[in-house]
Ligand binder design. Structure first.
Ligand SMILES: NC(=O)c1ccc[n+]([C@@H]2O[C@H](COP(=O)([O-])OP(=O)(O)OC[C@H]3O[C@@H](n4cnc5c(N)ncnc54)[C@H](OP(=O)(O)O)[C@@H]3O)[C@@H](O)[C@H]2O)c1
Length: 309
């Protein structure tokens, strides 16, 4: 029976550094990380050596079969008592530079950053509810969002659109021409992360908490990898130098904050909150709108029921 921490998207950037911190803090525990492929996650595990308590799995959030496979691993290990899940961080996420659809025809950022997480949680929720029936084995869920979800944060990324969440799927839309459109898809998907967190929290039993996390601007990760060489160049050279003047953070600070949210007694029983690196803060006005929360929930159910079976 091993105390276990799961971090999706732990093969790079924020997820990988957080895995390093958690695995070092808890040498007796198991730390599970995922990457889009076996290759990326295996490379990360090698890179995280000499830490021996990190295991990697493939998880592609735009592929329902891949999600089901990973959920089966979680369910089997939790049900057998092999893993006692202390926390699961839904951190995996992407930002695109142009419009792309996934195999089921929906916009890829929305699919990866929200629908994939929604489906993974749907598949593992029963196992987690069962685990927390024993008050000695609570579990924390964390959904990694971003301050780009909040127009008031003035991040430079266009603020989300969210009147009808069907807009987010961009079904039937011909295609994007401007880069800002893909950034808008990104900020909107990050609003979905917070709307979903608050709605999910209402349905969880005592012992199972869920909070949204904002790492703030963290230069030097792979988030801009899909952009052109010019944007990537700015992100890797100039942004780290000016990040603090833009209200940004560092990998060490943000990942330390995320690791605390995973394991610190400070957050015992805390649920339905938005944690900005180390502090509980208000999220955007829209994120508290129950009408938008319900619209998103219903659309997500509809998509997974139709396409994932
Ligand atoms: N960096 C920032 O400034 C910043 C600010 C606010 C919020 N965030 C959020 O922080 C999270 C981590 O971002 P990061 O900056 O660390 O980016 P990153 O370095 O690009 O890492 C992204 C991680 O997610 C995985 N991933 C990407 N697309 C995926 C998909 N379709 N299915 C499954 N896994 C996928 C990647 O796997 P592979 O290695 O296999 O590609 C990688 O492990 C994201 O949710 C992002 O929105 C970042």
């Amino acid at each position: 029976m091993a105390k276990t921490f799961i971090i999706t998207g732990g093969s790079n950037g924020i997820g990988k550094e957080t895995a390093r911190i958690i695995a070092s803090r808890h040498p007796e525990a198991k730390v599970i990380i995922t990457g889009r492929s076996k290759e990326t996650v295996n490379k990360a595990c090698l890179n995280l050596q000499p830490l021996k308590n990190i295991e990697g799995y493939a998880l592609e959030l735009t592929d329902f079969a891949s999600i089901k496979q990973f959920a089966d691993v979680i369910n089997t290990n939790v049900a057998s008592g092999n893993w006692v899940l202390a926390s699961i961080v839904h951190n995996a996420g992407m930002q695109l530079s142009s419009f792309e659809r996934t195999a089921i025809g929906i916009e890829k950022t929305f699919h990866a950053n929200h629908i994939g997480t929604f489906y993974l949680n749907k598949l593992i929720l029963d196992a987690l509810k069962k685990q927390v029936e024993d008050p000695s084995t609570p579990c924390r869920m964390i959904i990694v969002s971003s301050d780009t979800h909040d127009p008031k944060a003035k991040t430079g990324v266009p603020p989300p659109v969210f009147e009808d969440p069907r807009e987010l799927t961009y079904i039937g839309r011909e295609g994007f021409s401007k880069m800002t459109d893909s950034l808008l898809a990104y900020s909107s998907s990050k609003l979905c992360n917070v709307l979903y967190t608050y709605k999910l929290a209402q349905q969880l039993p005592a012992g199972l908490t869920v909070n949204a996390f904002n790492p703030s601007l963290v230069p030097g990760t792979g988030l801009t990898r899909e952009h052109n060489i010019f944007i990537r160049g700015i992100a890797s050279t100039i942004l780290p130098l000016i990040s603090s003047s833009l209200g940004g953070s560092t990998l060490a600070r943000s990942c330390g904050g995320l690791a605390d949210l995973m394991d610190s007694p400070t957050y015992d029983g805390v649920t339905a909150k938005y944690v900005d690196i180390t502090q509980i803060k208000s999220s955007s006005d829209w994120s508290y709108d129950e009408h938008r929360q319900n619209l998103l929930w219903d659309l997500s159910e509809e998509i997974v029921t139709k396409h994932a079976g």
